[in-house]
Design a protein around this ligand. Structure first.
Ligand code: NAP
Length: 232
C-alpha cells in the first residue's frame, strides 16, 4: 500500500501516540483526519480535526459521515485507569472495556463500509504487550487489550472478503502521558509510529513493535511458567 495515496483516520490524535501516528502519516503524504474528544486540542498542521469520543455512538456516526474517503483507519484512542479486577472501581473496569473493546468495535462497524466502498484498505488496532500477559495490578487494561486483540483476530477474517486488512500492533511501554507513573524503560512513540506505518505499508497483519512484545510473544509457547516464573 502506497501511503502517499491514502486517506487515514486516527482516533485519539490530539496527543500521545496518536499524534505521532498522524504526523508520520502526513510526512509520508497521506491525507489525515485527526480525531479527538476536543478537536480544538489538535495542533497538527495539515490534519483535519474531527470531534470524536469513540464511546459515543452519535459522534462515531457523525465522524463516518464527514470522512467518506477513508482508506486507513487507526484505532488508537485508549485509556488506562490502573484499576485492578478484584478490588478496582467497577466503573473504571467498564470504562476500559467500553473504550478499547466496544469503542474500537463501534469504529470498525461504522468505517468498514466506507473502506469497502473505497475498494478496501487497512485497519490498524493499537494493542499492547499486555494483550498477551497481565501484571496482576492493572487487570482492567490487560483484559480490555486482550478483548481488543480477539476482536482484531475475528474482524481480520470477517473483513478479508472486502479487501480490508485488519492488523494489530503490539508494543510495551512508550513515553506518553499514559505511562507518566511508570518507572521502566519506554520506547519513543515517534519511532514506534514509523514502525506502525511501515507495517501498514507492507501489509503486515501483526506488527511487533519492540523487544518487550517480541520476548513475550516468544515466551507464550512455554506455557504459564515461561511468562509467570513464580508458577513454575
Ligand atoms: N503508552 C504506552 O506505554 C502504551 C503501551 C501499549 C499500548 N498503548 C496504547 O496506545 C494507545 C495510545 O495511548 P497513549 O500512550 O498515546 O495514551 P495517552 O497519551 O494517554 O493518550 C490517549 C489518547 O486517547 C484519547 N482517548 C481516550 N479515551 C477516548 C475516547 N473515549 N474517545 C476518543 N479518544 C479517547 C485521549 O484523548 P483526550 O486527550 O481527550 O483524553 C488521548 O488522545 C492506546 O490505545 C494505548 O492503550 C500505549
Amino acid at each position: 500500500m502506497n501511503i502517499s495515496e491514502q486517506v487515514a483516520f486516527v482516533t485519539g490524535a490530539n496527543r500521545g501516540f496518536g499524534r505521532h501516528l498522524a504526523l508520520e502519516l502526513l510526512s509520508r503524504g497521506a491525507k489525515v483526519y485527526a480525531a479527538a474528544r476536543n478537536p480544538e486540542s489538535v495542533d497538527i498542521p495539515g490534519a483535519i480535526p474531527v470531534r470524536l469520543d469513540i464511546t459515543n455512538p452519535q459522534e462515531v456516526s457523525e465522524a463516518a459521515e464527514v470522512a467518506k474517503d477513508v482508506t486507513i483507519l487507526i484505532n488508537n484512542a485508549g485509556s488506562s485507569t490502573g484499576a485492578s479486577l478484584l478490588d478496582g472501581d467497577l466503573n473504571q473496569i467498564h470504562l476500559e472495556m467500553n473504550t478499547h473493546f466496544f469503542g474500537t468495535l463501534s469504529m470498525v462497524r461504522s468505517f468498514a463500509p466506507i473502506l469497502a466502498n473505497n475498494g478496501g484498505g487497512a485497519i490498524l488496532n493499537i494493542l499492547s504487550a499486555l494483550s498477551w500477559v497481565s501484571t496482576g495490578t492493572i487487570g482492567a487494561f490487560s483484559s480490555a487489550k486482550s478483548a481488543e486483540w480477539a476482536l482484531t483476530n475475528d474482524l481480520r477474517i470477517s473483513l478479508h472478503p472486502q479487501n480490508i486488512r485488519v492488523a494489530g500492533l503490539h508494543v510495551g511501554y512508550m513515553e506518553t502521558d499514559m505511562t507518566t507513573g511508570v518507572n521502566a524503560p519506554k520506547s519513543n512513540p515517534a519511532e514506534i509510529a514509523k514502525i506502525a506505518i511501515d507495517g501498514i505499508a507492507s501489509g503486515s497483519y501483526e506488527i511487533i513493535a519492540d523487544d518487550t512484545s517480541r520476548k513475550i510473544k516468544n515466551a507464550l509457547t512455554g506455557g504459564v511458567a515461561a511468562i509467570y516464573p513464580h508458577f513454575a
